[in-house]
Design a protein around this ligand. Sequence first.
Ligand SMILES: Nc1ncnc2c1ncn2[C@@H]1O[C@H](COP(=O)(O)OP(=O)(O)OP(=O)(O)O)[C@@H](O)[C@H]1O
Ligand SMILES: [Mg+2]
Length: 463
Amino acid sequence: MLITLLIAITALEAAFITILLRNRKRRKQAMHSLHATLGMLEQRLAARTDSWRHASETLEQTEQRHRITTALLNETKEYLNSIINSMPSIMIGVTPSGHVTHWNAAAELSTGIREKQALGFLLHEVYKELPVTTAMIDEAIANSEPGTRENVKIEHLGNIRYVDITVYPLHSLELTGAVIRIDDVTLRQKLDSMMLQNEKLKSLGELAAGMAHEINNPLAAILQSLQNVQRRLNPGQAGNRAAASALGLDINLLHAYLEARDINRFLSGMESAGHRAAEIVRHMLEFSRSSSRQLEPTNINVVAHASVEFMRNAIELSMPGLFARLAIREDYDANLPPIPASGIELQQVLVNLLKNAAQAIQEARRDEPLIRISTRLTPPHVEIRVEDNGIGMNLSTSRQIFDPFFTTKTVGQGTGLGLSISHFIINQRHHGRIEVSSTPNVGTTFILTLPLQQPSQSLEKNR
Ligand SMILES: Nc1ncnc2c1ncn2[C@@H]1O[C@H](COP(=O)(O)OP(=O)(O)OP(=O)(O)O)[C@@H](O)[C@H]1O
Ligand SMILES: [Mg+2]
């Protein structure tokens, strides 16, 4: 029994040892595979860490590049802004609806409107005088082509300027709109018209010099003969009465016949038409003669006052109705020094201007007709202004007024030479300027600018 028990225990032990041995082997295997897995995980972790490090380096580089790009962008923006602001042209950015997005320094300077007063507002509310319509902006954007208008007259704060306007369409990914560029071409416009005017006057001067003598001689003969005819039909003259009675003719009857048939009136008409023609020729001759007259120190205020007095008499005679109501205001600068000028020629100019002013006022039928003549010292010039509240002129008329023979007056009222001769006298003879500013149905201002010294004088002084 005991032996059997011992055998059983031994068998049990053997079985137990066998199990132990088997478990140990399994654990060994498990440990082994655990190590393998751990190794793999470590490898993966290392690889992941590497890729993270790489990613973070790349991110840092990207960030650095972004910082540099942003700085460059800001710099470019500043640079572009300073380019736009240093441009002499007005540059205004607008959205398709006409809201202002850009307003450069030239725009501020010429309009007096600050950038912050303009940005975000509607262009036509901010800058009412600018003749750029939403239609013009739409058209430029729709056609993808710039729209241009040249020599546009703008009146801003009482100042008249001429501008070229270009509307450039703007198409980018985020923004559609337009850039309006405005260039002040007032000086170019003035120079163009002055050059054109000088050319015209030069040819008129040449024509005048040639024609005037040719016309003058036969005209003088016609007028002379006409005077003789009138004199010899006069019944009051002894010679006429003697010649008539020798022929058995009643001179009083002849005179009555001439009156009854209006012949004396026709003769007077012929005489005044002849004098008128002579006047035109005289005007034309001024071109060739005036260059020989000397310029000498002249008191402009005295010349202006003499012109006004001369015109008062002329208006009283030819426009008595107007004379009774017309106020001529004289406003002279007492500090005006004498300037080199031809008093006779300047008076001719001022009389032309005053006559035009009176005619324009007469036509306008004003309740309070007014002409104002003033002088002002604006070194290195003297300025003379002749203002009226007459009918004024539209742009097309004011562009032609200095053209020889341009007139809007009825036949017999004007030859159209007054202003072209005035232009010649001021421009060519005195090296000055004559400018006009006019508003239809409001009035007209002529501005004469004369130098205090003639160019040759200043040269002598500098020698
Ligand atoms: N003050 C003014 N107001 C309105 N229009 C004017 C004025 N001055 C000139 N004009 C216009 O300019 C034109 C030309 O003037 P300009 O003095 O050369 O000739 P005119 O007056 O017509 O004729 P003329 O001077 O030979 O008698 C005038 O016909 C008129 O249309
Ligand atoms: Mg005239």
